[in-house]
Design a protein around this ligand. Structure first.
Ligand code: F6P
Length: 340
């Protein structure tokens, strides 16, 4: 059997361990794997390369994706969809493992409807794919932003300032939630909640009164009112480029105006997406990559390998994509209950 594998959407730590697991698992069962370059773009344009198990020895350690990625939507134009069909037929691919977030998996579902040989692996630092308990990439990214918050604590404390950290997370505030909780922020703004300036200012004032400084985490997806700062720029899946809105800077301005405390902001941006995957992400990515191959070998196509409790199971694309996973209410309550 000839496997194909691709990584699509924003990169995140864990992609290389997942690719490695796909190739080694397939190879162990006597099958070869080719890698498509730059996500769906490589399938559309017929750009691929063989993946040799021997070259993947240290892939488990590495961030990014050795196959490259893109935010290409191969089903935007009918002629592109035809090119996808031609590539897969031409290369004799018999099973395709698509590793990605909701956009990549939505395209995988579309392909599966026309060519029922597709399985999926969820990834995203945003942790917002509905059917899986966790996505790999999240633990690594949130660990980096937690570390960044610790650094801002040092400098903010020294200067008696309020420090605002903007983190990624498109529609779900998982990264901000984890950074705020694990980094001991005084206030955390999530896209799951309406913006409440009075509550924010109250928390900042209480923190400043206690120790002379304060730490605030802002998710890039927070709506400060009428999509403040929106530039209208979007990717091929029509997602707005949220970083351009600079909500962290705006929140810092508002805090300084309301409290009189000297305030600075920092945006960690793509720094969160790079670096070696954490232990958790290496293990999760490896388990999901291997499970996707097992699904294909069992002929169970049209499924996504997901984590449910301690088990990795296959669920149909429709179930995996039914709804994005946002931070639950009680987890948000826990976060705010620890703030001043
Ligand atoms: O992959 C998800 C994500 O990291 C979002 O949190 C963020 O809004 C987006 O990617 C940034 O995308 P890009 O790398 O294309 O600027």
């Amino acid at each position: 059997m000839r496997f194909g594998v691709l990584t699509g959407g924003g990169d995140c730590p864990g992609l290389n361990p997942a690719i490695r697991a796909v190739v080694l698992r397939a190879s162990r069962a006597g099958h070869e794997t080719i890698g498509f370059l730059d996500g769906w773009k490589g399938v559309r344009d017929g750009r691929s390369r063989p993946l040799d198990p021997g070259e993947l020895a240290d892939a488990v350690l590495k961030g990014g994706t050795l196959l490259g990625t893109s935010r290409t939507n191969p089903f935007q134009k009918p002629e592109d969809a035809q090119k996808v069909d031609q590539t897969l037929k031409g290369l004799g691919v018999e099973a395709l493992v698509a590793i990605g977030g909701d956009d990549t998996l939505t395209a995988a579902r579309e392909l599966h409807r026309r060519w029922p040989k597709v399985v999926g692996v969820p990834k995203t630092m945003d942790n917002d794919v509905g059917a899986t308990d966790w996505t790999f990439g999240f633990d690594s990214a949130a660990s980096v932003s937690m570390d960044a918050l610790g650094r801002l604590r040092d400098t903010g404390g020294s200067h008696h300032r309020v420090m605002v950290l903007e983190v990624m997370g498109r529609d779900a505030g998982w990264v901000a939630w984890a950074t705020g909780l694990a980094g001991g922020a005084d206030a955390t703004l999530l896209p799951e909640e309406p913006y409440d300036e009075a509550a924010l200012v109250g928390r900042v004032k209480r923190a400043v009164a206690r120790r002379g400084s304060a730490l605030v985490v802002v998710s890039e997806g927070v709506d400060l009112g009428a999509r403040a700062g929106s530039t209208g720029k979007a990717d091929e899946f029509q997602h707005e480029l949220l970083k351009e809105r600079r909500v962290g800077e705006e929140v810092a301005r508002r805090i300084e105006a309301a409290t009189g405390a000297e305030t600075r902001s920092a945006s960690i941006g793509h720094i969160q997406r790079g670096g070696a995957p954490t232990l958790f992400d290496r293990i999760l990515a490896t388990r999901l990559g291997a499970a996707a191959v097992d699904l294909a070998l069992a002929g169970t196509f049209g499924q996504v390998a997901v984590l449910k409790g301690e088990k990795v199971v296959g669920v149909p694309f429709d179930e995996a994509l039914a709804r994005p996973k946002t931070v639950p209410k009680d987890w948000i309550e826990l976060l705010h209950s620890l703030e001043p």
